[in-house]
Design a protein around this ligand. Structure first.
Ligand SMILES: C[S@@+](CC[C@H](N)C(=O)[O-])C[C@H]1O[C@@H](n2cnc3c(N)ncnc32)[C@H](O)[C@@H]1O
Length: 277
């Protein structure tokens, strides 16, 4: 059992694997430009071997697979068993890609050196992200490249804050704040992220901000997406009383009102792109 197991128990991502499965298109649309920049930052060439951490549905692994070609190799991993099942299904037709269950904070079972490591929106969920970075560096070949994305500070991510804050205001969630270690908004400071990678031993480190937009039909579809995909919010919504759900919906509607467009909601988000070697 790794040191992260206690924290992960309450945030079991397998409980939201179904939600991630059914929201693949939204996720990939929001992350299109970021995924392009991640692949570009890894400077992949045919024949490379890549480790993906926290691979979720396996959709991004397909892009990595294409970038390294038939002669390359992708090991697409995730800590949640339910997600590993999705990765297996998503990449079943790719001979150069294999799925495996792996904790990013304990890469021990994987000994071989990789040319590159990708971690799309998972580093901040590891209660000790410094360990995940140190472990990543250990299994990278000399000169190998690491690329990750995290969410920037709460004020840049109203798509998530609108739902999380409303759940909090209506007494539906208690416990750690999303900005605390292991939370989705815990690595939102570019300077802190850069320092973390340097302390882990990376020498060429850069962090840049990338804006994204979550487009969704209306308040209810927005609530549905987020509560299907964020483990603590899924549990909170499931367990809420009718009165709490009413107050919650009113609060989300109020918070997202400024982002109403003629075509539905266009909710702002901002990611940090970390590149290190
Ligand atoms: C927000 S989702 C992102 C999924 C995917 N990378 C994407 O961008 O669509 C975070 C993923 O990280 C995984 N995860 C959380 N903690 C992890 C850890 N310690 N090691 C590996 N994966 C982890 C979750 O199971 C989940 O699949």
């Amino acid at each position: 059992m790794s040191a992260n197991d206690t924290a992960h128990r309450s945030l079991d991502w397998s409980t939201v694997a179904e939600g991630w499965d059914s929201n693949r298109q939204l996720v990939e649309t929001v992350k299109t430009e970021l995924s392009r920049q991640l692949v570009e930052g890894l400077a992949l060439t045919p024949g490379d071997s890549v480790l993906e951490l926290g691979a979720g549905t396996g959709e991004f692994a397909r892009q990595l697979s294409a970038a390294v070609g038939d002669g390359g190799r992708v090991l697409a991993t995730d800590y949640a068993a339910g997600m590993v099942e999705l990765i297996e299904r998503t990449t079943a037709d790719l001979p150069n890609t294999r799925a495996m269950r792996l904790d990013a904070a304990d890469i021990g079972p994987v000994a071989e050196p990789f040319d590159a490591i990708a971690f799309r929106f998972g580093l901040m969920l590891v209660p000790d992200p410094g360990t995940a970075l140190t472990e990543s560096r250990r299994v990278l070949r000399a000169g190998g490249r690491f690329a990750a994305t995290t969410w920037a500070a709460p004020e840049h991510n109203m798509w998530l804050v609108s739902v999380g804050m409303s759940a909090m205001l209506n007494g539906m969630v208690s416990g750690p704040m999303p900005t605390e270690p292991g939370g989705p908004l815990s690595l939102g400071d570019p300077d802190q992220l850069e320092k973390l990678a340097q302390v882990a031993g990376f020498s060429e480190v850069s962090v840049k901000r990338v804006d994204v937009i979550f487009r969704t039909r209306d308040v209810d579809s927005h609530i549905a997406h987020v509560t299907q995909m964020a483990p603590p919010l899924k549990a909170a919504y499931r367990d809420a009383t009718a009165e709490q759900r009413d107050g919650f919906r009113t609060s989300v509607a109020e918070l997202v009102k400024p982002f109403q467009t003629a075509d539905g909601l266009a909710l702002p988000g901002q990611a940090l792109l970390l590149l290190a070697a």
